[in-house]
Design a protein around this ligand. Structure first.
Ligand SMILES: Nc1ncnc2c1ncn2[C@@H]1O[C@H](COP(=O)(O)OP(=O)(O)OP(=O)(O)O)[C@@H](O)[C@H]1O
Length: 334
């Protein structure tokens, strides 16, 4: 559905996106995950034809976004980081206007407006001024405008930013609904968010794609070690003698337990293996009571932290960086 090939974007001397290649298959919800400043918005703005690339190509269902912008853009609905709302209009007026600008014919307009308002559940506020709506409802209006034109792909840049926890849950449910009929790409710097709604995760770090897979596969891929955490009633010497002899143990660290006479142990294996049963039998055999035992594998959070470890905190401000191509402005989507 979307093919990004060797995409690079430089703002003056600063490279925001570097030789990015990725493919988005139809019918799935993709999470574009990366720390602040990783290049998510830049990539999305290029993907949607709002920003020119320095190098590389983006194809939407075979149409090059730079060579065939009209055909490519017709396939995309976009909610930018700052929703493009006219605050002095009502949602109904605004959506009617957007549909017109997108070239939706009179017949289809009515149908698409009702569907967009129904899916985003804004019928109840359709005649109120947008400026008087809560942030959650403004976001819904922003998503509704992205649905007009019946796009195959819906791209949402940080759709839950600034919302309260209840609004976040509502917008996540809405995104899941959208995923039934559209290919959805959403960006976020919050792992739990992407984990909650996306079937595939693309992790971007310093403008480069560092991983792309299902959440489960990413966890498996990076489950390089498995750690067994135990607390036993006994000394460090006893713990080492009993547990250090288990097959496959690659490292064993001990520290005093929270109470006198207890020892806490972290046991790693290589290759990764679950030693909990073997540890149980060994401790029982040696008369060493186990007070606590827990198996810990690499979580998606560990994967994310490991892959984006090289990212530095944002130092430069956007205003200080020179802007390049003037056509960036001209290319702005309606
Ligand atoms: N117009 C601009 N001029 C100069 N630098 C820019 C401009 N827009 C973005 N950048 C820089 O490009 C890098 C990538 O920014 P981008 O907004 O794409 O990241 P992001 O992953 O979307 O971050 P966030 O989650 O904070 O929005 C950052 O270092 C940013 O400062």
């Amino acid at each position: 559905m979307i093919e990004i090939d060797h995409l690079t974007k430089r703002y003056g001397s600063h490279t925001a996106v570097s030789d990015l290649c990725l493919t988005v298959e139809p019918g799935q919800i993709y999470g574009f995950l990366g720390p602040n400043g990783a290049g998510k918005s830049t990539t999305m703005n290029i993907m949607t034809g709002c920003l020119a690339a320095t190098e590389g190509t983006v194809r939407i269902d075979g149409h090059d976004i730079f060579d065939e912008p009209a055909q490519a853009k017709a396939l995309i609905g976009y909610l930018p980081e700052q929703p493009p709302l006219y605050l002095d209009m009502t949602p109904l007026e605004y959506l009617g206007f957007v549909a017109q600008v997108k070239g939706v014919g009179r017949e289809a307009r009515k149908r698409q407006l009702s569907r967009a308002m129904e899916v985003t559940q804004i019928e109840g506020v359709k005649d109120r001024l947008i400026k008087n709506l809560s942030k959650g409802y403004k976001q819904r209006v922003g998503i509704a405008q992205a649905l007009l034109g019946d796009p195959k792909v819906v791209i949402l840049d940080e759709p839950t930013v600034g919302l309260d926890p209840i609004q976040i849950i509502e917008i996540r449910d809405l995104i899941r609904e959208l995923g039934k009929e559209h290919t959805v790409i959403l960006s976020s710097h919050i792992l739990s968010e992407v984990r909650a709604v996306c079937q595939r995760i693309m992790i971007i770090s310093r403008g480069k794609l560092v991983a792309s897979d299902t959440p489960d596969n990413l966890e498996k891929l990076f489950a390089g070690t498995a750690t067994l955490e135990l607390t036993v009633k006994g000394s460090e010497e006893q713990a080492r003698a009993v547990l250090g002899a288990l097959p496959g143990v690659s490292s064993l660290t001990c520290r005093p337990g929270e109470e006198e006479g207890r020892t806490a142990i972290s046991l790693e294996t290589d290759p990764p293996a679950d030693l909990s049963e073997a540890a149980f039998h060994a401790c029982v055999g040696a008369g060493l009571p186990i007070l606590r035992m827990d198996m810990r594998r690499a979580s998606l959070e560990d994967v994310f932290l490991e892959l984006t470890a090289a990212d530095q905190p944002e130092l430069s401000s956007r205003e200080e960086e020179p802007l390049d191509e003037p056509e960036d402005e001209e290319d702005e989507e309606s």
